[in-house]
Design a protein around this ligand. Structure first.
Ligand code: KIV
Length: 272
């Protein structure tokens, strides 16, 4: 059900923290362009993530590493032009924040100034603490991202569940507490055991948004094209497909091809 215009009240980072305090779950989806973002925003989503998964979904790369800061700004600008209510969080892409805090701040400022996004997301913990602090000091809200962090795929070597062992789980808890302490407004936890994710959500007062992290967290995020069933090669256990747009679109396009070939399209009423 879409939200009536009069009911629009912009979501801010404070809204999300208040939602957690009230026990209200947070909904988040990715979007990478104007048309999709308009639908997602109108359907009442709380947060739109302009994820660097655009590298896979929109550009067909195998990983999220190749997408550039300019490309992220292009995607985010279209999304921002579409929205009336949702909070727009934009991923800082690989290579735009890891080398030093000054570069991280420059990249975050470019995202905010050139796309009009409302916050940035960075992957990692202690190793990027100074960069996150620098961005926060400039007044830019930061969402953290721990667990499976796809920008580090070549370090992990696999997309399997993270933090199953005690040592990595403890490290993740410490990183999450540190991110809260320095001022992040929320954290994404990706592909970790549900029990661990719930433990983090219970211990922190900022919202924990899960993807493959179970139901004990404060909100959920999915990649839009996956949950709409536009992609069909990717089948992780955590993915629920709400539609099968791949088949529906294939049927529609095949019908169009057939109609053009048989001159069924355009008909009398579809011409001047
Ligand atoms: O880029 C992305 O889509 C993400 C989500 C998977 C959380 O970071």
């Amino acid at each position: 059900m879409s939200i009536a215009k009069k009911d629009y009240k912009r979501i801010t980072v404070k809204t999300l923290v208040d939602m957690k305090a009230k026990g209200e779950k947070i909904s988040m989806l990715t979007a990478y362009d104007y048309t999709m973002a308009k639908i997602v925003d109108g359907a009442g989503i709380d947060v739109i993530l302009v994820g660097d998964s655009a590298s896979n979904v929109m550009a067909g790369h195998e990983t999220t590493l190749p997408i550039t800061l300019d490309q992220m700004i292009y995607h985010a600008s279209g999304v921002v032009r579409a929205i009336e209510r949702s909070l727009v969080v934009v991923d800082l892409p690989f290579g735009s924040y890891q080398s030093d805090p000054k570069e991280a701040l420059r990249s975050a400022i470019r995202i905010m100034k050139e796309s009009g996004g409302h916050a940035v997301k960075l992957e990692g913990g202690y190793e990027i603490k100074e960069s996150i602090k620098r961005i926060l000091n400039a007044g830019i809200p930061v969402m953290g991202h721990l667990g499976l962090t796809p920008q580090s795929i070549y370090k992990f070597g696999t997309y399997t569940v993270r933090a199953k062992e005690e040592e990595e789980a403890q490290q993740l808890i410490e990183n999450a507490k540190m991110l809260e302490k320095i001022g992040c407004f929320a954290i994404v936890l990706e592909k970790i055991p549900a029990k661990l994710a719930k433990e983090v959500a219970d211990q922190l007062s900022i919202p924990i948004i899960g993807i493959g992290a179970g139901s004990g967290v404060d909100g959920q995020v999915l990649v839009l094209h996956d949950m709409l069933g536009m992609t069909h090669e990717f089948n992780p256990r955590f993915l629920r497909r709400y539609m099968n747009l791949f088949d529906d679109m294939t049927k529609a396009i095949s019908s169009y091809v057939a109609d053009v070939k048989s001159v069924e399209f355009p008909n009398e009423s579809e011409q001047y």
